[in-house]
Design a protein around this ligand. Structure first.
Ligand code: HEC
Length: 107
């Protein structure tokens, strides 16, 4: 009986550890950041320079871009159409990397 409980406890600990490791923000390097940022080019134009009615995001300071993406995520931007849904797809580390990319912080 004791052994059975220890086995279950160990399995739970391993499971929680794996989930925690997945969610822990890790610094993302320039290459992966470029891949993440490329997902924005379709709408925001090549390198995020803006396209039609869609605003430019290239050269935006990283703190501003992080704040905007978190505001979209939290549904705090009135009139937003698609960005809320998109922003919710990224965790903090990914948002930081995307922001650093468009701010030019990797260069
Ligand atoms: C499907 C098209 C589409 C994609 C893909 C897209 N955006 Fe947007 N983005 C928009 C639209 C449209 C707006 C205007 C707000 C709205 O309607 O949601 C916007 C607005 C923004 C704004 C606010 C800019 C400002 O000055 O008001 C930021 C920041 C932004 N997007 C960042 C990003 C980032 C970073 C990515 C890539 C992870 C991205 N967007 C991908 C369509 C897109």
């Amino acid at each position: 009986m004791k052994r059975w409980i220890a086995g279950v406890a160990a399995a739970v600990c391993v499971g929680v550890g794996a989930v925690w490791a997945q969610n822990a923000p890790e610094a993302i390097g320039p290459q992966e950041a470029a891949v993440l940022a490329a997902a924005c080019f379709n709408c925001h134009g090549p390198e995020g320079v803006g396209q039609g009615p869609i605003p430019a995001i290239a050269g935006m300071p990283a703190e501003q871009l992080v704040a905007m993406l978190n505001a979209f995520k939290a549904n705090e931007v009135p009139g937003a159409t698609i960005m809320g849904r998109l922003a919710r797809g990224y965790d903090d580390a990914e948002i930081a990397a995307i922001a650093a990319y468009f701010a030019g912080d990797f260069e």
